[in-house]
Design a binder for this molecule. Sequence first.
Ligand code: SF4
Length: 331
Amino acid sequence: MYKVGIPRSLAYFFYLPLWKTFITELGHEVVESPPTSKAILDRGVKEAVNDACIPIKLYHGHAAYLAQRCDMLFCPRLVSVRKHGDFGTETFCPKFLGLPDMVRLALDPLPPLIDVRIDLKQPRTGLWDAACEVGRKLGHDQAEIKRALRLAQTAQRDFQSLCRQGVLVPDALEAVLNGNRACARPAFGHDLTIAVVGYPYVIYDPYINAGLLKILQQEGVNIVTQDMLPDRVLNREAKGLPKSLFWYFSNRAVYGGMYFMKKPEINGMIHVTAFACGPDSMVDRLLEIQVKRHSTIPYLAIAVDEHTGEAGVRTRVEAFLDMLRYQRRGR
Ligand code: SF4
C-alpha cells in the first residue's frame, strides 16, 4: 500500500472526489496537505519561481509539505477536460501544463510524481487511459482499475450534483468524502444574494482570499458561485461572446459572471482575482465590459496576493454590502 499525497491547491477543489476515491478504492492511503497556512505560503514563496502567480506559489508550499510525508505525489498535467462543445482551443492555463516540471525542478527531496497527462480532447487520452496509467503506477490490473474508476466517477457526480443544488464546494467535498451531510445544505433565505466568481483555488481557499466567503456568511448574504451552474448554462453564455478565452477556469468564471449579472435575484457580483495571473487580467476586464453593456449589477473586483489581509477584504466587502442594502432601501 502506498501513501499518495494530494496537495490542497489548484485543481484539488475540482477533482478531489474523483482521484481520492479512485486511489482509496485501489487500497492506498491518500494524504492531503492541511488547509493553507502562513507556513505553507512562506514555503511556497521560497520554493517557486519569483514571477509565479500566488496559487502556483501556494501549490509549491503544499507539495513541499507532502514531499516527505508520502510515497508518491499526485501532480497531474491537466491539459483539457472537455471533449465536445464550443471550446475548440480551450486548455488549462500554461502553469497547469507545466506544473509537474516546475515542481520537479523546485523541490528536493521529492517522491516520484504521478504526473499523468489528462487531455480528454484527444481520442487516445481519455479518462480511462489516465486512470489506467495511475492504476498501473500503483500496481493494479485492469479489473481493479475499472471497479475503482466506476466508484470514483460516482463520487465525482455526487459532488457535482450537490454543487448544482447550491452547496458551496468545500461543504460538498466534506459531504461526499467524509459523509458529513449536515453541512451540505444551501444557506439561502437572506435578504441579499452575492455571486462570487473566480478560480476555485482562489475562492475556496480561505487563506488566500482572507476568508471572503466566511465574511459574506457572517454578513448574512446568500452566496452563489459559477460552480453551482450546470455546464449547459455556462455553454449557453459562451455563445454571447464572439470567441472563448483559451483557459478552462477563466471561461468558467467569465460565463458564470455573465449568467449571474443578468439575473434580477442577484444583488451584486464579486470577482476574486489572483495577483500576477496573466489570464485574469483579461477575465476581469471582460467581466467589467460585460457588466457595463448588459447589466446594472454592482461589481467589485478583489485582487489577492501574499500580503492580502482580512481587515482589507472585510472593509471592502462591508462597504459593498452597505451600499447594496442602502440601494435596496431607496427603491
Ligand atoms: S490561471 Fe492565473 S492564477 Fe491560475 S494558475 Fe494560471 S496564472 Fe495562476
